[in-house]
Design a protein. Sequence first.
Length: 287
Amino acid sequence: DKATDPSIPEENWECIQRFCDQVNADTEGPLLALRLLAHKIQSPQEREALHALTVLETCVNNCGDRFHSEIAKFRFLNELIKVLSPKYYGTWSSEKVKLRVTEVIFSWTVWFPQEVKIRDAYQMLKKQGIVKEDPKLPEDKILPPASPRPQNSIFDTDEEKSKLLARLLKSPHPEDLQAANHLIQSVVREEQEKSAQVSRRVNAISEVSENVKHMDELLENYRRQEFSSADQETLQTLFQRCEKLRPLLFRLASEAVADDEVLAEILQASDKLTRALGQYRQVVSRQ
């Protein structure tokens, strides 16, 4: 109650830290803490909800794997979703609280990429139109007091950035904490772009595979003259779509030159596509 007191305008870091200590000291700490925090985050008082979200983020930084495993369960994620959903509290929750909840869930998809349920929950919010676009994390947001970095974060792959982040987070100077925040955000943007590239590649290769398979079936029917006018129209549409996929595959291949395995996968899809287009021209022109 003290850590989320709506009558206090600024965060009470002493109480927040004591709350984290209590969570770590109690075997049921993470589970009980999240029940309490869910209730506070759903508060109709904006300041109480915002304070509770600060407590939540500080616990994520300070309370380790047991806490991380609890936030990644649908039981808790659903409580956050209720704040955003118009079916529950979304109609009266303030825009400031809803934006902060969105930022929290989005940041977890980056910091905990191995937690599928967090990613699924966030994608569901986007699919339902509750979240229109990925939030931009505030540039001027000061991070909570220095704390252990979550394991399996995106910084684990870059030792130099990891050491720099650790040094900045330990600094008592606000400008260093801001620099840490900028560093986190730049890495998040890099990770988002990588994720978008992977998504484009997976979708393109999947579409090539499905289109080629469908074209092969229709061409076989075409050879046997078991072919309707609707089939002919579908085949032509598939051919046109496959033609448009070729430059996309070339572009994806140029992005993947540093990764032999990925490049081989794209080139294999390109070979399938070239073969299918060649067969179409051969069969249709002969007929």
